[in-house]
Design a protein around this ligand. Structure first.
Ligand code: AZF
Ligand code: CA
Length: 446
């Protein structure tokens, strides 16, 4: 057993998102979001759950920040609900909505916790969806205006900003698979949404440069699944490469760093890319300060001529989390190392990593050993990645609190803090206590 230390000032934190924890979606003048609509549309969410109350964080934020302080978190990643700021997506500002985030940031700073803001984590103002949402090219301006206003209001106290959370999930789960808001099933819209999110992201980055925020850093947060070829055959290897370049960070980083979509996306999916997309690439190619990596799991990819991507996902019989996702820590290393090798970002943050397990309260405690084991294995891989040159500067566990897990509602618990939704009581799980020690020692014994 040896002790391995993480770099000095490594930013250990926890992550959440507005619609998943806040509740009070229409309070104090906030506008409706596409997730308010989607969760209130019967049939979309397990058990008919909605984000109407969630973890009641909009009202309990001070108590939650006290919990973060008790656990010794260095950082806290959270998202701004665009419809609280602009109830109609643009135009009129809602002062009370802005005040909530002003107070939240001040409370975090008072607790010595570094704020890490995500500008968009899926709760698009519903009125913008009525104008076409992310499929409307004008959203690049709508988003950049919203981003610029946030930079003006919070830029004096917040240095770390991520524009979009998991734009792949927004584009494909929301516009092709139809399982997320706005519930569309149109592959052409999904690629148009991919493209417009890139345009919006880079326009916001330029606004960020203009805002001249002292020590400011801006990036983007991308979802990733580690895709390995099912066999050594060339067919499976190509299928795994296509899956990687479409499903993971390359789909967005290739345009941002190199000004074009990845080769396999252009080769296999050109039909679906917006016509004349290339004209926007100069605008999209815009330097960022860090890449946010979200990682949960991996799979095997087998050549499959019937699939539009030429491949299908295959399980390998590994232990799974409550989400049915295989536990594959090696994939975490592959994604982090692959990112550094392929794009050489200035900095990398793990903006999400964690697991859902069937947590139970026993005598006022939650002995979530499986989550501790999951996190420990992934921390080991993160440490190995740093040793191998990945410029990893911080790690945010998903999630601080049990919360609204989108189409699964409250049935899946990812928190290091347990939430009893009947009483809104919080219980720091064993994993939260264990994590506190890791942060305090800034090291792992393995
Ligand atoms: O599925 C777990 C998490 N994945 N990334 C986005 C978050 O909003 C999810 O809760
Ligand atoms: Ca200010």
């Amino acid at each position: 057993m040896s002790t391995k230390y993480f770099p000095k000032d490594f930013l250990w934190g926890a992550a959440t998102a507005s619609y998943q924890i806040e509740g009070s979606p229409l309070a104090d003048g906030a506008g409706s979001s596409i997730w308010h609509r989607f969760s209130h549309t019967p049939g979309n969410i397990l058990n008919g759950d909605t984000g109407d109350v969630a973890a009641d964080h909009y009202r309990r934020y001070k108590e939650d920040i006290a919990l973060m302080k008790e656990m010794g978190l260095k950082g806290y990643r959270f998202s701004i609900a665009w419809p609280r700021i602009y109830p109609y997506g643009k135009g009129k500002i809602n002062v009370k909505g802005m005040d909530f985030y002003d107070r939240l940031v001040d409370e975090l700073l008072e607790a010595g916790i570094t704020p890490f803001i995500t500008l968009y984590h899926w709760d698009l103002p519903a009125t913008l969806q009525d104008l076409g949402g992310w499929a409307n090219r004008d959203i690049a301006c709508w988003f950049a205006d919203y981003a610029d206003y946030m930079f003006q209001r919070l830029g004096d106290r917040v240095e770390n900003w991520s524009t979009l959370n998991e734009p792949w999930v927004v584009a494909f789960v929301g516009h092709l698979f139809g399982e997320h808001a706005p519930g569309m099933k149109d592959i052409y819209s999904a690629f148009l949404v991919t493209h417009n999110q890139l345009r919006a992201h880079s326009k916001a980055v330029r606004a960020f440069r203009e805002a001249n925020i002292a020590n400011g850093k801006i990036g983007i947060t991308l979802s990733n699944t580690s895709h390995d070829p099912a066999t050594d055959s060339m067919e499976d290897k190509i299928a795994a490469k296509v899956a990687h370049e479409w499903n993971n960070y390359p789909l967005f980083l290739h345009p941002i760093y190199y000004g074009d979509y990845p080769d396999t996306v252009k080769e296999f999916l050109k039909e679906y890319l917006p016509k004349n997309y290339y004209k926007d690439m100069e605008e999209i190619k815009e330097e960022i300060d860090f890449v946010g990596i979200n990682y949960y799991s991996g799979d095997l990819v087998k050549f499959d001529p019937d699939s539009p991507l030429g491949g299908k996902s295959v399980k390998r019989g590994l232990p799974k989390t409550e989400m049915g996702w295989e536990i594959y820590p090696e994939g975490f290393y592959k994604i982090l190392k692959g990112l550094q090798d392929e794009y050489n970002p200035k900095e990398v943050y793990v903006t999400e990593n964690g697991a859902a397990f069937d947590d139970k309260v026993e005598n006022g405690e939650v002995h979530d050993h499986k989550r501790i084991d999951y996190l420990k294995k992934h921390f080991e891989m993160a440490h190995k990645a740093i040793e191998d040159g990945v410029k990893l500067k911080g790690y945010f566990v998903w999630s601080l609190l049990d919360n609204f897990e989108w189409a699964f509602g409250y049935s899946k618990r990812f928190g290091i803090v347990y939430v009893d939704y009947n009483t809104q009581k919080r219980i720091i799980k064993d994993s939260g206590k264990w994590y506190s020690q890791i942060i305090k020692n800034n090291s792992l014994d393995f």
